[in-house]
Design a protein. Structure first.
Length: 273
């Protein structure tokens, strides 16, 4: 016999799935924590704000960083990341390049001065790299002759280890003063001189041929007028240029970095007195 429904009994209640509540409460808890942190930083401490911003960016994957220092919170954009994972701006890289080229200059200067050979060698760090200017044809070459003098060979022998060891590409640039020459023109004379310097680096100093080249400017790039014999000597020169391997935007900032370093050194020397 079928049992009868019990009089006065309440119908059973049917509940929908309420598992979504757990995820919802987790999200609310996270949001509450975030707003508490934001409220605590309402004084807008820039340092703390940057740390929080970078930490959140890294946590949510908006920027990829192989090395995240949670103490400093630095997140480096990919375009400014070096091979070691550290980040540098174009100016930072220009300063590093200027320091590298200046160190090469100081190394050559010290070697030349130790042997009393620095008088006819000038240095200039610029956008292209480090220029080693062999000034004065009477020192390096006989008048209207392309052959290197004994003193020129001593100077090249002194600077060659640094030039070759730098690993940089090198351009040897020949220049000449205006006037009559035994050659057909100043172009041929300056070309012969620059090639002879190049051959010394390759044949005697072990420079890889693929890293060095020679060019002649004749009398087209004068640094002074030729009104006196002394001024003419400044135009009779060969420049050994160690070419910077940095990108163009970095090289453009090297002169400014050198100027800033010079002013900083002068200020430091003045303060030390």
């Amino acid at each position: 016999m079928r049992s009868r429904r019990r009089r006065g009994s309440q119908p059973e209640e049917h509940h929908v799935d309420e598992r979504w509540m757990a995820s919802y409460m987790d999200m609310v808890t996270v949001l509450m924590c975030m707003f508490i942190v934001l409220f605590a930083m309402s004084s807008v401490d820039q340092d703390k704000f940057e740390k929080l911003r970078n930490s959140l960016a890294t946590g949510f994957g908006s920027q990829i960083s192989q090395k995240v220092d949670t103490a400093t919170g630095v997140v480096v954009p990919a375009e400014l990341a070096a091979s070691d994972g550290e980040g540098f701006s174009a100016l930072d890289l220009a300063i590093k390049e200027a320091d590298k080229l200046t160190a090469l200059e100081h190394e050559m200067k010290a070697k030349l001065d130790a042997q009393g050979l620095g008088k006819n060698v000038q240095f200039d760090v610029g956008e292209r790299g480090l220029s080693v200017k062999l000034v004065g044809s009477q020192t390096f070459f006989q008048p209207d002759m392309p052959d290197l003098t004994n003193r020129a060979l001593e100077i090249l022998k002194t600077i060659a280890p640094t030039v070759v060891g730098s690993g940089l590409e090198v351009m040897v640039e020949g220049h000449a003063a205006k006037g009559i020459t035994a050659y057909a023109s100043t172009w041929e004379l300056s070309a012969a001189r620059s090639v002879n310097v190049l051959r010394y680096f390759v044949d005697d100093a072990g420079m890889p041929p693929g890293r060095i080249g020679a060019v002649a400017f004749g009398a087209a790039r004068q640094v002074t007028d030729d009104s006196t014999e002394e001024l003419m000597e400044l135009n009779r020169r060969v420049d050994v240029v160690l070419l910077s391997s940095s990108p163009e935007d970095v090289r453009a900032l090297i002169p400014g970095a050198i100027e800033a370093q010079t002013k900083e050194s002068a200020a430091a020397a003045k303060a030390a007195k």
